[in-house]
Design a protein around this ligand. Sequence first.
Ligand SMILES: C[S@@+](CC[C@H](N)C(=O)[O-])C[C@H]1O[C@@H](n2cnc3c(N)ncnc32)[C@H](O)[C@@H]1O
Length: 569
Amino acid sequence: MEAKALPLSHFRARAGSPLLLSAEASSAARKGSGAPGRSRTSRYDAGAPPSRAGRGGVWKRDDPEDSPRRTGMTGVPKLNPKFSTKRAGTSKVPIINFEVSHHRAVAAVRLLRADKGKAFVDLLNEKANDSGENEMGYVERTLGFSTRHLDDRDIRLVTVIVAGTVRWKRYIDYLIMSLCSEEKVFSNMEPLLLQILRIGFFEILKLNVPAYAVVDENVRLAKVALRPGAGNMVNAILRKLLLLKETDSLPLPNIEGDDRAQARALSIIYSHPVWMVRRWIRFLGKEEALKLMNWNNSDPYFSLRVNTTNGYTRDDLVNRLEDLQVHYEKSIMDEFVRIREGMQAVLQAGLLKEGMCAVQDESAGFVVSVVDPQPGETIMDCCAAPGGKTLFMASRLAGQGKVSALDINKGRLRILMEAAKCHNLDDIITDIHGDLRLYAKESTVKYDKVLLDAPCSGLGVLSKRADLRWNRQFEDLEELVCLQDELLDSASLLVKPGGVLIYSTCSIDHEENENRVTTFVQRHPEFTPQGVHGYVPAEFITDDGFYSSSPTKHSLDGAFAARLVRSMH
Ligand SMILES: C[S@@+](CC[C@H](N)C(=O)[O-])C[C@H]1O[C@@H](n2cnc3c(N)ncnc32)[C@H](O)[C@@H]1O
């Protein structure tokens, strides 16, 4: 099918469009553990009392069980010397607590970090990306003890609990607040205690973990990591929750009142920021907005793209997945397979490190289809890092042509070049570190194709980026739109006469997508939008001829791309 140019009338400014614009229980029931409210011995090492995140580190003995003892916690260097952080003489000795639920302890610390905006909660595997030691060091510094070495199952549970708890944070906090005797008990709650409660709530409400295990383990964690009184509080609140759940009388806000009040209620029930709920109801309609929030709250699929440059085929990848007993679905895109579970196994087996495949959503793959790299072409990838699209574009050049990968972030650019090496594409890709706005002014080189995969709100990828919904403010959109305009203007300087500028985002918001293209062609009449017909399947083409993937319509991440052809003169 031939790509067709769209008339300018397709790009009317939307005046008035206001931007302003099951898991298992981690540990089997401990025999004879007694009522969860009565903790077993609180165990910690006398030399390293547990730190109490958020309590200023005051160690209070407010319970006979507080007396330090060594039972249950040992220095066992041979178990996992990697995590030894306490120095005894010249050798490091780990302070490992065998009593608490390991994955819950790590999850609680990761949630604390996520709350401070310090860590992505969707890190797939701390071991696979070699940051496990750092994380365990952080766990020990925060809790005052280390957990035993986490096995793959533990890591999977950490991932599930952290991602789920972050997603459902607003709903869970609403319930916790409702179950506290007074509002100030909730607002003054120490951060670690709040994370432990959130974990317990998530497990009870969303996972099929036996109730006794949830209560027992979270109470113990609070007692050991904080103090016995904290454990008692966790016990009381979790038991209230269980009772309400059993009697089907969980508190829920009423969806009533004006638009704002209804959006506020929905924002609790679906656990999203109010501004997102309002915006989506306004622009997508209520039904679609609710579907989108359900999608964002579900466990995401991950897609793997086979690296054909290294000589692999999708069948090779499929065979490896079958060996690993990872369930997969073949994707509508030839090079891709989709998996819901088993990413851990894929990472552990080294499929990414050996360059067999890359993690990439098809929605991003279709952006590369819109670029349509042809052997012999020169391509500038303006915001390239960490390089998902760079690599795919380079592989499509079949050894002939060049991709320049520019990014302002040096660290991410380094990751891109490491991946390029691994995929045998480093002789095709050249990295350029810099700010596109400065680089484009200076550069005399022009390219056949220029991809601007712009920094954006990421509103299309909220199911994978569980933390993103809480880190984005409405005001960010306004700033992003200005940046997107500036970057588009700069990218346009790098396009040859007759060449193509491709603008893409992983957002589903028209302000970041259609409206940026509309205003761009008004500022740059030398560019004409060209429909993406023939580049992507018809179901992904909007009435205006843009590429758009929708989580609710296509069960993929949300993404957008437009082709803009530069005139010959
Ligand atoms: C959406 S991400 C790109 C993702 C990438 N295309 C991929 O597929 O993996 C946007 C990138 O833009 C980069 N960026 C932001 N401002 C920039 C600027 N002024 N100049 C160059 N790169 C910039 C960020 O560092 C970030 O890596």
